[in-house]
Design a protein around this ligand. Structure first.
Ligand code: IMP
Ligand code: MG
Length: 178
């Protein structure tokens, strides 16, 4: 285990089997459709690449990068798009793939934006859900794991851009971010 982690929360094996389960459940819902899977950069990339490989429906891939200030001290009340989609979402069934929902600010705003742009449907798939932290009205369609209010890293999740490449999800030692 990495020395900056206090303990491993989710092992590679737990991630592998649960990601497969939620991907197969998602696949079931999109039978006969051609969804657009939108990965939210950068945190979702590892989850995203594992997730989409279990889909058998003809899925198309796209990515967005956004900044949110919803979970910090100051809420901008607006989502900043740093990299937008290449594809038009009008009439599309969009699957937003995210690493973690915390306050819900990012996904509540993103969902509203995609619907405003004319998406036929927007489903939210998140690997992790810190449910007790929720401040904005957003209910994910598929959740990998509900977790406690602890800062986690690995499998795409970072602290200051570090630890994304850890193959497991670990709880970061509080002294690292305090
Ligand atoms: P929200 O907009 O408050 O729901 O925040 C979601 C974003 O906060 C995620 O996409 C992550 O970038 C970040 N985040 C929240 N909790 C954690 C964590 O425990 N580890 C790493 N990133 C986190
Ligand atoms: Mg993120």
């Amino acid at each position: 285990m990495h020395k900056d982690c206090e303990r491993i929360l989710l092992t590679e094996e737990q991630l592998r089997s649960r990601v497969k389960e939620i991907a197969l459940a998602t696949d079931e819902r999109y039978r006969g459709k051609t969804p657009l899977a939108v990965g939210i950069l950068k945190g979702s990339v590892i989850f995203y690449s594992d997730f989409i490989r279990h889909l058998s429906c003809p899925v198309e891939l796209d990515f967005m990068a956004v900044s949110s200030y919803g979970s910090g001290a100051v809420s901008s009340g607006k989502l900043t798009i740093r990299k937008d989609l290449d594809r038009d979402v009008r009439g599309r069934d969009v699957i937003v793939v995210e690493d973690i929902i915390d306050s819900g600010f990012t996904l509540a705003n993103l969902r509203a934006l995609l619907l405003e742009r004319g998406a036929a449907s927007v489903a939210i798939v998140t690997l992790l859900d810190k449910k007790e932290r929720r401040e904005y009205d957003i209910t994910p369609d598929f959740v990998g794991f509900e977790i406690e209010n602890e800062f986690v890293v690995g499998y795409g999740l970072d602290y200051n851009e570090r630890y994304r490449n850890l193959p497991y999800i670990g709880v970061l030692r509080p002294e690292i971010y305090r």
